[in-house]
Design a protein around this ligand. Structure first.
Ligand SMILES: N[C@@H](CCC(=O)N[C@@H](CS)C(=O)NCC(=O)O)C(=O)O
Length: 192
């Protein structure tokens, strides 16, 4: 297992847990400005999201998002591996990056700030677009992560965030918006 961290950044929580519970783990420091790891590797090649924490699990799989990584370490310590960490990873990403990102446009209206928020949101939407190759976010089934993503993406129109450049997201949203449960919900909430 290997933890990519930056000194004092939010990756420190995972670092503390690894030390607290003596979990075997290697560490590699990341320069977040240059997006390079200690050995000069382009960090985007390790984690396309470009941020820490990022953890390479023993089976070589990449796990990102504090909530997913901290849950993984907690479960590992308690000997109860088996949660769906990819599911947690999606929920955490939607919550911390998209919900908090797009949602902040309800509060901030100053054009320069709005511009900065939208630039960051655009990077996050690109990540979603690249990963959204199947019908749903996870495997072959509609999940809570889809319900969350559809809800947050529904705010894009209000804030003039054009989703057309993201072809996978656009197709996904059309499929999701046509689902009976989504239609029923929007009718019940007076949105249709
Ligand atoms: N959604 C991520 C956010 C992680 C995050 O914000 N990491 C910061 C350090 S505290 C970072 O690496 N920022 C650099 C960047 O985004 O390029 C999580 O909850 O783990």
């Amino acid at each position: 297992m290997k933890l990519y961290y930056s000194p004092g950044a939010c990756s420190m929580a995972a670092h503390i847990l690894v030390n607290e519970w003596n979990i075997p783990c290697e560490f590699e420091k990341v320069d977040l400005k240059a997006h390079k790891t200690q050995d000069g590797t382009d960090f985007y090649r390790v984690n396309p999201k470009g941020y820490v924490p990022a953890m390479i699990l023993d089976d070589g799989q990449l796990l990102t998002e504090n909530i997913a990584i901290l849950s993984y370490l907690n479960d590992r310590r308690n000997g109860v591996q088996g949660a769906n960490y990819q599911f947690l990873e999606w929920l955490a990403f939607i919550s911390t990056e998209l919900h908090k990102g797009i949602g902040s446009l309800f509060t901030f209206t100053e054009p320069a700030v709005v511009g900065m928020i939208k630039d960051k949101v655009a990077k996050r939407l690109k990540i979603v677009d690249e990963k959204l190759v199947g019908e749903y976010l996870l495997q072959d089934e509609f999940s809570a992560a889809d319900a969350y993503l559809v809800t947050i993406l529904s705010w894009c129109r209000k804030f003039q965030i054009d989703l057309k450049p993201y072809s996978n997201i656009s197709r996904y949203l059309e499929r999701m918006n046509n689902r009976p449960s989504v239609q029923k919900t929007m009718k019940e909430e007076g949105l249709l």
